[in-house]
Write a protein that binds this ligand. Structure first.
Ligand code: ADP
Ligand code: MG
Length: 248
């Protein structure tokens, strides 16, 4: 708890001065080392939520043989709100446990600074969808105690850093082959599906190959150990049959 206090990672933009921006990020994501009473290598992933911003073009990997409907669903998905992101991740972690290791979700911080609409780039129709969803989930809360998003503020998600390199970097560094990268991606996707989840922007950069303290790749019974990162588009899996249209 002490490690999460804003003075260690936020105040004075420490996330960008002490921390480093993560390569391959499409949004603002930083790795920031923070003091920890029991570990000297403890670090946070500081991730600015992009909910209500448009997702842009999602690349769909041709190796994954998606149906047209699945591609439509992927292309129309929008970023989860910070609360939905943590909620979905908690459900995935509870069901998959060690089978699909993920970063531990630690906290959501909304700094007091206020911004103008155009500075945060949030789309009006997405704000309405999110507000309706949040209000709808509070039917049993007295009306004067219901909460809404504060649209003029930012939301930052804090996760625990996992030691490793992403599968694409691992190929570039000659640590694994291209075909190992593809099969790790498939394995991650299949395991997710088995537990009822999918990440809409499925890509090798989201599979982190775990590295031990001595810089060697971590293995169990010969198999590489990996973990999954990036949950902005973590949705319940929906198998779409040709006659069944589903929206996210
Ligand atoms: N624990 C980690 N270990 C190694 N690399 C990571 C880790 N977390 C994130 N990264 C790298 O940082 C990139 C950006 O993080 P990500 O959460 O995917 O941000 P974005 O939503 O902007 O894509 C990842 O694609 C991956 O390459
Ligand atoms: Mg990503």
């Amino acid at each position: 708890m002490e490690s999460l206090l804003p003075e260690h990672w936020f105040v004075g933009n420490r996330f960008s001065k002490v921390g480093r921006a993560l390569l391959g990020a499409t949004g603002a994501v930083y790795r920031v080392p923070v003091p920890h009473p029991g570990r000297d290598d403890f670090a946070l992933v500081v991730k600015f939520s992009r909910f209500c911003q448009s997702v842009g073009i999602t690349a769909v990997d041709p190796n994954l043989n998606f149906s047209e409907e699945q591609i439509d669903r992927i292309k129309s998905a929008y970023f989860l709100s910070p609360f939905e992101e943590f909620g979905n991740l908690y459900k995935l972690r509870r069901s998959a446990g060690l089978e699909i290791p993920t970063k531990a979700p630690l906290a959501i911080y909304s700094p007091p600074a206020r911004y103008l609409d155009w500075q945060l780039g949030r789309e009006g129709y997405l704000k309405s969808i999110h507000s309706r969803g949040l209000l709808g989930s509070q039917a049993d809360v007295p009306e004067d105690q219901r909460i809404d998003y504060q649209w003029e503020r930012q939301y930052i998600l804090l996760y625990q850093w996992i030691n490793g390199v992403d599968a694409e970097q691992a190929v570039d560094a000659g640590l694994i082959s291209q075909s190992q990268m593809i099969s790790l991606g498939r394995e991650a996707r299949n395991r997710m599906e088995d537990h009822g989840w999918e990440v809409m922007d499925h890509k090798p950069r989201h599979v982190i190959i775990r590295v031990r303290k001595n810089d060697r790749l971590a293995r169990r019974k010969g198999d590489l150990l990996w973990a999954l990162v990036d949950y902005e588009l973590l949705y319940p899996f929906s198998k779409i049959t040709p006659n069944q249209k589903t929206s996210c």
